[in-house]
Design a protein around this ligand. Structure first.
Ligand code: AMP
Length: 143
């Protein structure tokens, strides 16, 4: 637990939240600044403080994803679709340095820019080089 971290403070009950779900390891509450007008944008947060998903044990990730699935199930009762999103690192848009999955309800034509990017093309031979670079990390047991 970090005394500075806003999500740790929510977990400790020092800051209120609109809680939707909780178990021993995970809490889920409404995002205070939702991406969608109709609301329901939810954050699924491990209670133990980790800054990055890459720091988390696999079992805890599985528990967080299981909670995310339940929230997504509830969201899908009203919405047309759902994005499950994690910003890992500042460059990826992570503002709160405590792992959290965003569960974002989506509606047809809502124009929320979460899952759209310009689809680029690899130059000849570049894809294979990238593939080798990443596979090497697995082969060498680094990741
Ligand atoms: P990220 O950019 O992935 O770090 O997203 C952090 C999210 O946390 C943002 O969508 C914020 O609106 C949300 N947030 C920050 N403070 C609170 C809070 N006290 N209660 C609920 N959500 C919060």
């Amino acid at each position: 637990m970090s005394s500075e971290c806003v999500f740790c403070r929510i977990i400790k009950g020092e800051i209120p939240c609109a809680k939707l779900y909780e178990n021993n390891d995970i809490i889920a509450f409404l995002d205070i600044m939702p991406a969608v007008k109709k609301g329901g944008h939810t954050l699924v947060v491990p209670k133990k403080h980790y800054e990055f998903i890459t720091d988390m044990p696999d079992e805890l990730i599985a528990k967080a994803m299981s909670a995310a699935k339940r929230i997504a199930c509830a969201v899908m009762k009203e919405a047309d679709g759902v994005n499950i999103l994690l910003n890992n690192g500042k460059a990826a848009g992570q503002y709160v340095p405590h792992v959290h999955f965003h569960i974002v309800p989506r509606y047809k034509g809502d124009k929320i820019g979460l899952a759209h990017w310009e689809a680029l093309k690899y130059r000849k031979g570049e894809m294979e080089k990238v593939q080798e670079r990443i596979k090497k990390l697995f082969e060498e047991g680094i990741c």
